[in-house]
Write a protein that binds this ligand. Structure first.
Ligand code: BES
Ligand code: ZN
Length: 376
């Protein structure tokens, strides 16, 4: 063992080492690599110098511990991603308390409930169906109606090349091109059936998340809020079939070099599975600095108990942004083990949440305070 360790030390300290970059969340499960990690400030990307044998061992480890092939980059130091991660785009202090506190009481449970009932009344929002296409067009019409008196607001349908269901994007244009993004998926799925037309109301997954986003839009539009950065709201197509809509969009942002301060994902906001918690911050495949910022918003504005939990895989659209090197976070409705057992079925209805949307109200407050406090 001692012999092996000294061989490893020799290999990793010498010229035979290759730079390998991994996401820090993988390192948590690989403690033997942690001591070799070269951390770049608080970036989510961590660099290791490993020998060929160690790289092979890392691949095996990630395969068994994360049930995944690869997921790290060898042979280059991944500079663009690290560079982007090091930008100081996440505020360290909250500076707009009076304005935020004035907005918070505007969040209405009745609006959330009405929205969830409406969006979950499409037979399905499956990405490959006519009603899945219509649901997104009708959502764009609703968002347009909400901002009809806001001259700097614009709603667009984002057409994807490989399927018909569009994503919906709304922007409140600011003085700068920098964007603050809030998104969730608009599509739904019924995994009990192979028929794409099978009933899939998706009330919690994810009419509730899009309802929260819609309520944030309504409140900002009614107050005629004039942002400094551009505030962007997204309902992604085709999440349930491999994060396909958000992957297209994040690729576009990366290719165009659009500066993004942060991306928040709302996917599952109205099922109170963990009785002791108001919400949960997902801690893997996200930017931990954005979670630290959300913690400040929760303690200052929501004053609700929260915990951290791990999805364990690329469980929602936040990953499409993390994957391209943007800062993303995912506040969720419950601990993963307490998750709504009816999602992805014909039973994902508002009745599962006692026909009300009270659990989703704090997510509106989180979305509003995130938008305003990032916009400084
Ligand atoms: N809302 C779920 C993800 C989720 C479920 C998060 C339970 C936390 C707890 C999401 O819509 C989903 O189903 N995602 C897919 C992702 C896959 C297609 C890449 C999944 O988890 O299978
Ligand atoms: Zn979902």
């Amino acid at each position: 063992m001692i012999f092996l360790l000294s061989v490893l030390t020799f290999l990793t300290s010498g010229a035979l080492a290759t730079p390998v970059t991994v996401h820090f969340s993988d390192l948590v499960q690989l403690p033997e690599y942690a001591t070799k990690a070269f951390t770049l400030s608080s970036s989510p990307i961590v660099e290791l110098n490993l020998s060929d044998d160690e790289i092979a061992a890392l691949a095996r480890k990630l395969h068994t511990s994360r049930n995944r092939c690869g997921g790290f980059v060898a042979g280059e130091s991944y500079a663009p991603v690290v560079q982007k991660s090091l930008n100081d785009h996440i505020p360290l202090k909250l500076t707009r308390q009076p304005e935020v506190l004035a907005l918070l009481p505007e969040a209405q449970e009745a609006n959330l409930k009405e929205f969830i009932l409406w969006f979950s009344s499409f037979k399905t929002r499956n990405f490959s169906t006519d009603s899945g296409v219509k649901a997104m067009h009708d959502l764009a019409d609703r968002w347009r109606a909400l901002v009809k008196n806001v001259p700097h607001a614009e709603v667009t349908l984002y057409q994807h090349t490989d399927w018909r269901q569009p994503s919906v994007i709304l922007k409140f244009k600011g003085e700068s091109a920098e964007e603050i993004i809030l998104g969730g998926h608009g599509d739904s799925i019924n995994t009990d059936s192979s028929d794409p037309e099978a009933l899939s109301p998706g009330a919690d997954d994810n009419a509730a998340g899009i309802g929260v986003i819609t309520e944030v839009i309504r409140i900002l539009a009614n107050k005629n809020y004039r942002p400094k950065s551009t505030l962007t709201f997204m309902a992604y197509a085709a999440e349930e079939v491999g994060l396909r809509g958000s992957m297209d969009i994040s690729a576009d942002y990366a290719a165009k070099g659009i500066p993004v301060k942060g991306v928040l994902q709302f996917d599952g906001t109205n099922y109170k599975g963990s009785q002791d918690l108001g919400l949960v911050l997902i801690d893997d495949l996200v930017d931990p600095r954005l979670n630290t910022f959300l913690e400040k918003l929760i303690t200052t504005y929501l004053k609700l108990p929260f915990a951290y939990d791990t999805c364990g895989y690329a469980c929602s659209d936040h990953y499409s942004w993390t994957y391209r090197g943007f800062s993303a976070a995912f506040p969720f409705e419950s601990r993963i083990k307490d998750e709504n057992p009816h999602i992805h079925s014909a039973r994902d209805l508002l009745s599962v949440s006692q026909d009300n949307a009270y659990h989703a109200v704090p997510f509106v407050r989180l979305g509003l305070s995130y938008m305003l406090e990032m916009d400084q």
